[in-house]
Design a protein around this ligand. Structure first.
Ligand code: LLP
Length: 416
């Protein structure tokens, strides 16, 4: 559930009419709802309350400082994949000792920075990475807390680009190799073996692969114990899907409760969850204005002022996101439109064959745009990235100003 609802024949973000925000700050504009972010985070946190746990929000889903600061105030942990993301967490007031560091390509500089900030754990993806972390920790004279990412080889049944838990993927260590890698890690002088982790994919709409993966990891944890290696936390990654269209993913409560249930009898094993999309996606919309309506030979086009550079998911994954009018023209007959942007690519669309009653000048809202929206935006076609706004009840906060033209060539130099 989110706090973008119709009232008095127009769309509201919490207590503020979306059209008022669009008029004041211009379009395209990302608008986030603080109450929705908090509600989603609490849904996870409450569902696992009975078990020792930490919710580590996946920063990659939406790394705006406004969003991170709201989560930091709740006491959230964070899952990061770069020095940049860790720096954002710190800047937003997040606690680095509640940070797990994921990703297959951590550089020595990033490892050093993370160790200097005392992060909770490195989620390690390869033998070579173990060597590198051991080396950097040795230079700093500290012990690095590590977890090994296990590839549980379960089929997440999601889009191939965002499926990560299969043997064919670049992520993690194969189950059959896990004991050897853990033994190696345990023998390294500057590593402290703390955890086991996995992440099987994103936008999963079925609970079974999550439970299967967890069970496989628990078997491994018991096997490690027989070899004298004690694991103190289990990080099951993120990946819970959201309803973009007619998907029916389990509710975060249901998902987290299923995870906690499997952990029963393992009081000394802390449970870590890394949800990104399930917290942020439906806490955001992208508001855009219709510039022109154009009748093509076969199709009607609504040309809007947002494009693939602002919201890449439809172009990249053929992702479907709802597109709704900010002020519905009640009683008018709709037509089918392709909602397209001004970028010079046929792939530049936000939605296809959408039935809408619209006129040039109307505002549209692309729903579920709070995750993997602005973070994947680019300046393609020399377009300034949108303003980002956080609504909190009646309050409207600009959490990122719209980019200005001169920002576009900052750091560039003419050749004389
Ligand atoms: N943990 C790890 C290690 C991850 O790689 C990811 C996402 C997450 C947590 C968070 O997953 P979530 O709960 O958000 O599903 N750009 C794509 C999604 C890529 C996800 C990559 N990893 C999209 O727009 O659908």
């Amino acid at each position: 559930m989110d706090f973008f609802t119709y009232s008095q024949e127009q769309l509201f973000a919490e207590d503020v009419p979306v059209a008022d925000i669009a008029k004041e700050y211009g379009t395209p504009a990302y608008i986030y709802s603080r109450a929705t972010i908090e509600r989603h985070w609490h849904a996870f946190d409450n569902a696992v309350a009975a078990h020792d746990h930490l919710i580590c929000y996946a920063v990659k889903a939406n790394s705006n400082l406004g969003v991170l600061s709201v989560l930091a105030k709740l006491g959230s942990g964070f899952d990061i994949v770069s020095q940049g993301e860790l720096s954002r967490v710190i800047e937003a007031g997040g606690d680095p000792t509640k940070v797990v560091f994921s990703g297959v390509g951590k550089t020595s500089a990033e490892i050093r920075f993370a160790l200097e900030h005392n992060i909770m754990c490195f989620n390690v993806e390869s033998d070579a990475e173990l060597d590198r972390i051991n080396h950097v920790a040795g230079e700093l004279g500290v012990k690095a807390p590590i977890s090994i990412r296990i590839n549980p080889d379960v089929d997440a049944k999601t889009h191939p680009y965002i499926s990560t838990g299969l043997k064919a993927n670049k992520f993690g260590i194969a189950r059959d190799d896990a004991l050897r890698v853990y033994k190696r890690a345990a023998a390294m002088p500057n590593l402290d073996v703390k955890g086991m982790d996995c992440h099987i994919g994103s936008q999963l709409t079925d609970i079974t692969p999550f439970v299967d993966a967890l069970e496989r990891l628990l078997v491994l944890i018991d096997e490690l114990a027989e070899h004298g290696i004690t694991i103190s936390h289990l990080d099951v990654g993120g990946g819970l899907g959201v309803p973009y269209n007619d998907e029916t993913p389990p509710h975060p409560k249901e998902y987290a409760a299923a995870m906690a249930k499997k952990m029963q009898g393992r009081e000394h094993l802390k449970l870590i969850l890394e949800p990104g999309r399930a917290i942020a996606a439906n806490a955001g919309i992208l508001v855009t204005a219709v510039e022109f309506l154009k009748q093509g030979e076969e199709k009607n086009f609504a040309i809007v002022d947002a494009a693939m550079n602002d919201l890449l998911r439809p172009a990249l994954y053929s992702a479907w996101q709802a597109i709704i009018p900010v002020r519905p023209r009640t009683g008018e007959v709709g037509k089918l439109y392709d909602i397209v942007g001004p970028v010079c690519e046929t792939g530049d669309f936000l939605g296809k064959d959408r039935e809408l009653a619209i006129q040039a000048g109307d505002y549209l809202a692309v729903r579920s745009a709070g995750a993997y929206g602005f973070v994947m935006a680019s300046n393609y076609n020399s377009r300034c990235r949108p303003v980002e706004i956080m609504v909190d009840g009646k309050e409207v906060h600009v959490v990122r100003e719209r980019e200005k033209l001169k920002d576009l060539w900052k750091g560039e130099h003419k050749v004389t």
